[in-house]
Design a binder for this molecule. Structure first.
Ligand code: EPU
Length: 416
């Protein structure tokens, strides 16, 4: 199994291009299920999760063709509206096929995803919403069996803010009869990007990006072309890496307007940030100052940036409090960071991180995607060599990570 070997201590200097957003690409690929016409997508990242989604859709009869940087999908006929455990267990985002399949085929059979490394992650809000739209959903042998002749618009107040839950219901409502109001909806930019793609396909959606989304169902959707938004978490990860290692890094093809909370915290850490329309530059001269963060739904500080900021805090001047409010078990990286010499104590859902002058390289293990990103940042600043095991987690969400870091002057290699 591949590992990542990093030699720490170099400042990062240079420019890299950001990829398309994984968490926008995945739901948007599922939108292809809503129409028999072709959906042509640009800025699709080369990631394991994208391949997994392509495979899942392929199993249902969707024709998927990759081209340079893009992908075209055509669900002319859906052979089998089923998502089996084999794939769902490897990628929870597979549950995003539930809404579209039900809306298009009148039935769907989707495996329950089960727990995962960062928390329990139930899908009860997806189920409740579809039931409110008239679906019958039973759980048998680990599968959700959903049926509805034609979904009906409904007013749905979600118990909590869920990103894929909002996306699933928005896709289902696009083909439902009548109007759906999604209240307490997720406001993440990826929800907005999906709404843009659906609108290009002929859906009638208002309010995406706010807490209330109104969807007027239409009888059918058509094909469209859509360019996937830039990955704000990838962007934030390189910015946090530069803040920890020092130097000057410019990220192109980015969407700085989606990064407010992250940029604000980086400034607080002492970084100079320059935003352009589609690029962002960071310059960090000194050792970072400790900054505390508390994760929250968008526009709050993203849980997907928490591990990277914990890594930053390990070498900062002062003590930072890192509070995780979205997932109950998203501190696995803390133990690994301690192996590198970090001073971290966990108190409930808060990690108290006392910055140390330097970390020391060691062998550590990646536990999930963003935890791995935190370990990479720590490896870039640790003295000597750090080896990260189980980097398949990184391949799920960071395109060409080692290549991009090398372009910034880091000493990184992938070893088998
Ligand atoms: N939740 C429920 N019931 C539900 C749905 C969610 O209780 O029916 C809970 C979850 O257990 C969690 C909270 O609500 O405690 C928020 O979860 P959410 O549903 O928003 O997460 P998600 O949609 O499964 C997406 C991203 C995650 C990201 C979260 C939070 C995708 C494909 N995944 O997950 O990204 O952390 O939103 O912003 O969009 C990643 O990229 O590494 C990643 C994990």
């Amino acid at each position: 199994m591949d590992k990542l070997k990093l030699t720490g201590g170099r400042r990062l200097e240079g420019e890299v291009a950001v990829s398309g957003a994984k968490n926008a690409a995945l739901p948007i690929m599922c939108a292809a299920l809503l129409t028999d016409a072709p959906l042509s997508l640009g800025n699709i990242p080369r990631l394991m999760d994208v391949s997994t989604m392509a495979k899942l859709l392929g199993q249902m009869g969707v024709l998927v063709e990759r081209s340079e940087g893009g992908m075209s999908l055509r669900a002319e006929r859906i052979r089998e509206p089923t998502a089996s455990y084999d794939l769902v267990k490897t990628m929870r985002a597979s549950v995003l096929v539930l809404g579209p399949l039900l809306a298009r085929c009148g039935r769907a059979k989707v495996s329950l995803p089960g727990g995962c490394a960062i928390g329990q992650r139930p899908v009860d809000q997806h189920v409740k919403g579809l039931q409110a739209m008239g679906a019958t959903i039973t759980i048998e042998h680990g599968y959700m069996h959903a049926e509805a002749k034609r979904l009906r618009g409904a007013r749905i107040v979600m118990d909590l803010v869920t990103v894929t839950g909002t996306e699933n219901l928005m896709m289902a409502a696009a083909l439902a009869e009548g109007t759906t109001l999604l209240e307490n909806a997720a406001r993440e930019p990826e929800v907005v990007d999906l709404a843009k793609c659906l609108s290009a396909m002929g859906a009638r959606i208002e309010g995406a990006g706010s807490g209330v989304i109104r969807i007027e169902g239409v009888a059918s959707l058509g094909g469209a072309s859509h360019r996937v938004m830039p990955d704000r978490i990838e962007t934030g990860t390189y910015l946090a890496a530069a803040a920890a290692a020092g130097g000057r890094v410019r990220l192109t093809g980015a969407a700085p307007e989606t990064l407010d909370a992250t940029l604000e915290k980086l400034r607080e850490a002492g970084a100079a940030i320059r935003k352009e329309r589609d690029a962002v530059e960071i310059e960090m001269a000194d050792r970072p100052a400790a900054v505390s963060v508390r994760t929250a739904p968008y526009p709050g500080f993203a849980t997907d940036m928490q591990a990277q900021f914990m890594a930053l805090a390990t070498v900062a001047r002062g003590t930072a409090l890192i509070t995780e409010t979205i997932f109950e078990n998203r501190f696995m990286h803390a133990l690994e960071l301690q192996r590198l010499g970090a001073d971290i104590s966990i108190q409930g859902n808060t990690a108290v991180v006392k910055g140390v002058e330097r970390l020391q390289g060691a062998t550590v293990m990646a536990t999930d995607l963003r935890a791995s990103a935190g370990l990479v940042i720590a490896g870039l600043v640790a003295e000597g060599q750090t080896v990260i095991e189980r980097i398949y987690h990184l391949d799920r969400g960071y395109e060409a990570l080692a290549t991009k870091l090398r372009a910034l002057g880091a000493k990184v290699e992938r070893i088998s």
